[in-house]
Design a protein around this ligand. Sequence first.
Ligand code: N01
Length: 544
Amino acid sequence: MNDRPDVLVVGAGFAGMYAVHRFRELGLTVRVLEAGGDVGGTWYWNRYPGSRCDVPSLEYSYGFSPELEREWDWPEVFSSQEDILAYANHVADRFDLRRDMQFDTRIVSVNYQEDEDVWRLTSEAGEVFEAPFCVMATGCLSVPNTPRLPGADAFDGLVLHTGLWPHEPVDLTGKRVGIIGTGSSGVQVIPELARQAGHLCVFQRTPVYTVPANRKAMRADVQQEFRENYRSIREMQQRNMGGVSGYRPLRGARAAPSVPGERASRTGILDLDAEQRRAIIAERGVETLLNFPDVYTDPEANEVANALYRDAVREAVRDPETAQKLMPKDYGLGCKRQVLDRDFFETFNRDDVTLVDLRRTPIETLTSDGVMTSDAHYDLDVLVYATGFDAMTGALMRANVRGRNGQALADKWRYGPVAYLGLQMRGFPNLFTVTGPGSPSVLCNMLVAIEQHVNWIGDCIIWLRETSRTHIEPLADSETEWAAHVNEVAEGTMYTAPSCNSWYLGANIPGKARLFMPYVGGYPRYRERCERETASGYPGFETG
Ligand code: N01
């Protein structure tokens, strides 16, 4: 391994993996430092039963290598965690990525050394690494959030977090299992836990809007058609708001409908009368509500959709009281990341599943053998936290990043993250973030966003070299103007409705500044802006 590489990369998820490949291609030396024991990032850590991607596999895959596209078979239309991790391992082997990676190395400080003009990174074990460029490929959902509940230390049973699930299978047979959280992770794991456990108790604070996931196996003819058309499909991704081509195979039957809500339709829900709305749901399922554009922008249309959604819950759940508890009432569809499920509502029709509504009966304390709410004690052997992540900024905060004059990123971002294009922060020269706040990031197909960022960063470093420059950081004005633009485009969408409390806004972490973090203006518009910077010699940056 190189002693002082050109670039240090933190994280060996899909971003860090591609960074190794791309930077090598550009003739740069690179070293990746990864806290986990191997590649895969989010798919390495989130091994809970039922873990699965919500973007179709043929699209949630690297586009940089036609050979890779030709040789990899996806078993399902929407892949499980196991299959995605197998793909990550295949990529690591095929491109010999691990040669430049160091695992079990958690970086605890990232410091700019002004006098020596390098980034100095220190690991938990005290190892020190230095390089002129540093890329934080630390992921958007990589710091699990475990709420501090009273009495948490008193609980004697097994404690698990979906985001840190053990590598060895967990035997829950006959166990009394409790789970806190009904976001994407909770919704995926709850039906699986119910199948395995003796009894499952679901502690729900906020009911969730979830729609059925596609369960189809991959058809060989569909995969083949993608292979034959991949170049134009990758082009289509570049022009799509969310980086998903939505390509429909012509030869076979249609492939899966891709991400719900993605199919463009100009008809609003308010254009239909009550009978037409009921008919379309009967024909296409409740997920069709996500295809009406006005649901995302018009509060009246949104409430019409929300009410129809609640009707669907009423129909799916046998016990009327449980159904009532499961109906979202105080926020709208489209405010949070859309959740997909397999058998979520059906699970509450089982005799061995109990739903506890924490809004009515909050948790008072954990005890040695369970959870005490304001009206009852629930005896548990296992408690699962499906309580999400300190999203988008959490990993950067945990790495303790300090720039020029020792300025802590935590101080710079006290009132919310400010970064130019989600790529760089003023005061932190030659430090780059991949899919950082202010970029489309979590609103885009991650693989597309990652490749675009890594390519941009690689090109930027090469340009600096070729023009005999050593530094780049955004101009103060660029950063401020971009932050204002990121805010402006999010305003008026359901994402920022006053009733909305999502991790996009940092609202899931007590004390975190409320600010909409990803760029909602669409991937193509964002990419063009990045390309303009590259083509015109980085006018939004200070270089030297
Ligand atoms: O986390 P979340 P997640 N007491 O923050 C509850 C991606 N992902 O891990 O809403 C009680 O969405 C919290 O309740 P509330 C995807 O981008 C993707 O599920 O704060 N409850 C909520 O119910 C997703 O959006 C996939 O009231 C507490 C839950 O915990 C993102 O990861 C699969 C609590 C957290 O939900 C995060 O999803 C999985 C407390 N003190 C994840 N604190 C797919 O690709 C929190 N909660 C399909």
